[in-house]
Ligand binder design. Sequence first.
Ligand SMILES: Cc1ncc(COP(=O)(O)O)c(C=O)c1O
Length: 387
Amino acid sequence: MRQEFLPFSTPTIEDDEINEVVDSLKSGWITTGPKVKRFEDAFKAYVGAPYAVPLSSATAGLHLALLALQLKEGDEVITTPMTFASTVSMIILCGATPVLVDIEPGTLNIDAGKIREKITAKTKAVVPVHFAGQPCDMDAIFALAKEFNLTVIEDAAHAAGTEYKGKRIGSFDTISIFSFHPNKNITTGEGGMLCTTDEALAEEVSLLKFHGMSREAWKRFSATGNPNYEILLPGFKYNMMDIQAALGIHQLPKLDGFIAKRTEIAEFYNAAFADVAELARPSYAPYDQRHAWHLYTPLIRIERLTIDRDQFMAELKKLNIGTGLHYKAIHHHPYYRDTLQIPAGAFPNADYASDRILSLPLFPKMTMDDARDVVEAVKTVIAKNRK
Ligand SMILES: Cc1ncc(COP(=O)(O)O)c(C=O)c1O
């Protein structure tokens, strides 16, 4: 058995990130400033977006993008049940009703073929989530958006570096929102980026992210700045700080290397679990794409075992293997179950995945020995608890 606990994820922070943060701390300018601008420009260039707005989190980005739609009570926004709470909570907090569409059983992405039947006269937007870093079927989603005049807001929290048919997520003619939480493919501690092709939207989000203020602080307080400012609309405090961007500036050039390492481990897992009937491996979508492998999320076939998924995770922990849970389906949480009043069995694929999914360790600093320990532990737990 492994001697040290292997967490399911840990960020890769090296001397260049640390030195850049120290430089910010010593510089006298630690909040939003020139390093945020540098990170914004670098990220924009990487994904191929004309406009990008750095933020304190992806949740903030979802909030502002949905607010910009000026949703009214009764308006509907379509999304997936296989996501983090904030995707759905931001729809609710903007006054609209989330309408869930079941997922595909293999990729766990929203089933684009089932969206049409959920579109009504009240539908205003679709929020696809690129689950685990694998792109949704965007051609199908864009075709529906065009037909029904819907806005597409891509929840790209998992998708920094993801590509769909040769184009990076972030470059499409829409709005996409990335997360730089420490588990994500690159991190700024906490942080997010909203990318868009819409200049007016980028301007509005930029205002909303910082009190609706006409001029950001670093432009007011620099040697050549003017301390005066005007409030153009009531806004939030969702800005990214320079000490966060200091991390991002050095993480971004490493992203492709991080993805290569994640892919190597994911493919190792896929090969190692090929003959394990008690586990269903995540599958690749059939179209041309680059999976960013933010998560490796097999489904444990609990019907073949004497233990459930939570017990499976507890057994792995006893063997010093950490796991994550991405996700218990949205409608399995008490708040959404009660408010959305989803009838039992409405989302069979999400229900199935929700009870069986777990995230195995996957991060660039992992060694192949670590990955072998994970495979061995998974096989040990299965062998011990097979029906
Ligand atoms: C699918 C999805 N959407 C949104 C978020 C929110 O990201 P953040 O933590 O940056 O607010 C997350 C975070 O885990 C996520 O996984």
